[in-house]
Design a protein around this ligand. Structure first.
Ligand SMILES: [Zn+2]
Length: 248
């Protein structure tokens, strides 16, 4: 790092758990962030500014006026534009690293390819089909997954790490059931700061996973309720019959 880079990262370097080594790990990291909505835009801001070497944003949606109260990288002038294009332009101003975009809803071979090219995947998507597909690809390719979800005032967060197989995967948690996919923001409502809180926590866990700081949520499910400002962590265990991460 040159002097300007050292100055940029100085507040992180001062953290004994991070130091120059942690900053270098962030600079070398390749992160795939799926979903550029309320969660994804909040996570992207902190991930980009933390100096992630290559941050790839994947989303096939365009900006709509209904997104603006919580999707913090977009404004009125961006309505109708592809989200990842607008997000990448905004992040380019504040990221020391490289921003790449995938302007489509990731699925099939493209999803596997994108996961394979990442050191870590952040799931900030808004549907269960994508969440299950990302989980399966991450387990298969042994890429750590930081998964976040938010609806109304509530959020949840978990880390699926190949280093802790005893905690299982996202599929273990839901037993293969796809809860009502109609439970989306458009139908159920969502509070902007709740999405921002969960997106920030997703970035926090991602930075911890990459740098090795602290204790990431490798074996827990973190549950947040913004209405009462309460949170708790449930211990996760692998489902021995899980078709995704089970022995078969
Ligand atoms: Zn599993």
């Amino acid at each position: 790092m040159d002097d300007a880079e050292l100055l940029y990262h100085s507040a992180h370097i001062l953290l004994p758990q991070m130091g120059i080594e942690g900053v270098e790990r962030l600079r070398a990291a390749r992160v795939l962030l799926v979903g550029a909505g309320g969660l994804g835009t909040a996570a992207a801001v902190y991930l980009a500014r933390s100096g992630i070497g290559r941050l790839t944003l994947a989303d096939g949606d365009t900006v709509s006026r209904t997104n603006l109260p919580r999707q913090i990288l977009y404004g009125e002038a961006d309505v109708g534009m592809p989200k990842v294009t607008v997000a990448a332009r905004a992040l380019a101003h504040c990221s020391p690293g490289q921003i790449e975009v995938i302007d489509e809803r990731l699925e099939g071979g493209a999803l596997i390819e994108a996961v394979s090219a990442a050191d870590l995947v952040c799931d900030a998507s808004d549907n269960f089909a994508t969440r299950f597909a990302l989980n399966a690809a991450c387990v298969r390719k042994r890429v750590p997954l930081v998964s976040a979800a938010v609806i109304r005032f509530e959020g949840q967060l978990l880390v699926v790490d190949p280093q802790t197989p005893q905690a299982g995967c996202y599929h273990c948690l839901y037993g293969g059931e796809t809860p009502d996919d109609a439970q989306r923001c458009a139908e159920s409502g969502i509070l902007g700061p709740a999405a921002g809180t969960m997106g920030s926590l997703q970035a926090l866990e991602t930075v911890k996973m990459i740098t090795g700081m602290g204790e990431p949520l490798r074996q827990g499910l973190f549950v947040f309720d913004g209405l009462t400002l309460t949170m708790h962590t449930i211990r996760r265990r692998r489902d021995p019959a899980c078709p995704v991460c089970g022995p078969s």
